[in-house]
Design a protein around this ligand. Structure first.
Ligand code: IMP
Ligand code: MG
Length: 179
């Protein structure tokens, strides 16, 4: 897989160190609470698994699927949500765990939807932020790294479902898209 990368943007050690800090921040902010962490599948699953183990609090796990990409590298703008979380989130401190906030459409859509369902509080925790491409005014409350406007893969992020298990985060060579 490494041969398909133009550059490694974030290596596993850098990611690990930052995820630990994010977990410590959440631990401090939610003292005495039992936050409900929602993993937005599939891209966030690797980040989620590492993050929850850096949080020294009792937490609840939930999972939901959101997709807007298909097999293109540009967001379709249409967000599809598959979840049955409605009665589990009312009255809870919810943290949405996302791999990357790009246009911001996915997270804006999910946030709006959840705020209608009586959550006690709602925050967004994103590993990556690509602010250059934002079309909404959403912001991650916890953000791992701000990255330039490049399509990245690895550590859960895919191109056409591939590279999710690559342990670092890299920028793909353009030949890979053209194949
Ligand atoms: P948004 O709705 O445009 O913010 O898109 C968010 C979703 O698009 C993320 O959850 C990712 O699944 C996907 N995405 C955005 N940028 C990238 C990227 O650089 N690599 C892989 N997936 C990406
Ligand atoms: Mg995703």
């Amino acid at each position: 897989m490494k041969n398909d990368m133009k550059t490694i943007l974030l290596d596993r050690e850098t990611i690990k160190k930052r995820v630990r800090e994010m977990g410590q921040e959440i631990t401090r902010d939610y003292q005495g609470e039992v936050p409900l962490l929602i993993c937005i599948l599939k891209g966030s699953v690797v980040f989620y698994a590492d993050l929850v183990r850096e949080i020294d609090l009792p937490v609840r796990f939930e999972f939901m699927t959101a997709s807007s990409y298909g097999s293109a590298t540009v967001s379709s703008g249409e967000v599809k949500i598959v979840s049955e979380l409605d009665n589990k989130i009312a009255g809870r401190h919810v943290i949405l765990v996302e791999d990357i906030v790009d246009s911001g459409r996915t997270i804006a859509y999910i946030k709006n939807d959840m705020l209608k369902k009586g959550v006690k509080s709602l925050k967004v925790c994103a590993l990556l932020d690509k602010p250059d491409r934002r079309v909404t005014d959403v912001q991650a409350d916890y953000c791992g790294f701000v990255i330039p406007d490049e399509f990245v893969v690895g550590y859960g992020l895919d191109y056409d479902q591939k590279y999710r298990n690559f342990p670092d985060i890299g920028v793909l060579k353009s030949e890979v898209y053209e194949k």
